[in-house]
Design a protein around this ligand. Sequence first.
Ligand SMILES: Nc1ncnc2c1ncn2[C@@H]1O[C@H](COP(=O)(O)OP(=O)(O)OP(=O)(O)O)[C@@H](O)[C@H]1O
Ligand SMILES: [Mg+2]
Length: 499
Amino acid sequence: MKEKVLSMVNIDKRFTGVHALKGVNFDLYPGEVHALVGENGAGKSTMMKTLTGIHAMDSGEIYYQGKLFDPKSPKHALSNGIGIIHQELNMMEHLTVAQNIFIGRESTGKSGFLLDEKALNKRAADLFKRLNMDIDPKEILGNLTVGKQQMVEIAKAVSHDLKILILDEPTAALTETEIDDLFTIMKDLAGKNVGMIYISHRMDEINRITNRVTVMRDGQYIGTKDTKNVTKEEIINMMVGRVIYEDPKTQSCVGKDAEVVLKVENLNAGRMVQNINFELRKGEILGFAGLMGAGRTETARALFGADEKDSGRIFINGNEVKISSPMDAVSHGIGYLSEDRKRFGIAVNLSVTENAVMASYEDFEKGILVHEKKIDDITKEYVKKLKVKTPSVHQLLKNLSGGNQQKVVIAKWLIKDSEILIFDEPTRGIDVGAKSEIYALMNELAKEGKSIIMISSELTEILRMSDRIVVMCEGKITGELDIKDASQEAIMKFATKRD
Ligand SMILES: Nc1ncnc2c1ncn2[C@@H]1O[C@H](COP(=O)(O)OP(=O)(O)OP(=O)(O)O)[C@@H](O)[C@H]1O
Ligand SMILES: [Mg+2]
């Protein structure tokens, strides 16, 4: 057996009001992929932030390459061969791809950049070629999809000479092919003896790519297993300390005669939204399935008024409405939970309450005053319902774990009480336990008569939640399935249909 490259022993860390790490252990061999899993707020990101010098630990020891190691800053960790790809993208949207990759390197000029832009682009192009990524080094980063931006961040990390690479939920925004590419890169790095720490809420990935799994719960170390000797159910049980039941829907809960609340006719918006027609009934959960890049988000954004439409008509309760901005959409009772929450969903420098009532603020105004207590009460109610882990509803959102930030965005639209809700990848980055809670809430909403469009790339989720499923491929609707006729195979057939 090789010598361990890393041993973290008894790591302890407190934030105000939160004991985030309670004596956690973690170790890593060279060339190993070691999964770190646990519910939202379990302490995974914090553990990795102590290793990379972002947070100083209160006590504990880190042994790296056989010696005691005290990471002072991310730069210090990186120059010692420990790199991290963060859960939240951490790049400069206004700079080019190549500039983002090489910013702050030794070989840069006074301005922080290599003087020779051309050489910079060439180096980035070589790097992408080696990694089999199709990205233009000269493109402004902010113009790329979240998935592509993530790929740039990955390229940036592996362009350093690393002994340890930490990947904190790297696949949340990637397409299937991008995930395959990432796993190829990881296997290649493993062959070069780089040890990798892999954080993900997607259980199937654990099996595909990791050698060992370490489970954390509530800041505590629960245990470490060889991946090949442990089942998904055992891991989930270690994570949440209980069994989670998954019961897929087998029959629609909505009658064919239920009234149509939303009708979309011949909606067109650019290449990704071509001649979209569908109806949504009262109390229905309509699943939008398809591969990433099929045009589902673009359809939702055009419908919601976030992007411009080329043509098309929208009817709500039988009346034609004009939606040219998100404000129009909200005034017609439509809520949209964006898949790209960092950009459109949350304000990290505001508190949990401020985020929670952001869409419904005026409902809490009384004259010139604002009903603070009501705001606190309703936020507390949803914090409890969605099990948001936070010491107080006045905590700033940026101090919550990634998954808990997402729960707050979901709370925002639930509090707004819209008649029509569009949930775009609602459970991305959400742990298995909280997923069940969110599913239960969605079912409850539908029972109350709210109508839901759920866009999801997880087929199991689509099959479990939808009454009816619309499938998209390359900007068009290619099929529609009643839940009783739906299966993964049937959906995939439409999702890959080309003409
Ligand atoms: N800077 C901070 N200030 C205060 N509390 C924090 C800070 N960072 C994290 N926490 C708290 O520490 C706990 C652990 O958070 P962490 O981000 O490590 O969770 P996680 O396991 O990565 O969860 P997720 O799966 O949601 O990303 C949470 O309760 C979180 O709110
Ligand atoms: Mg995290």
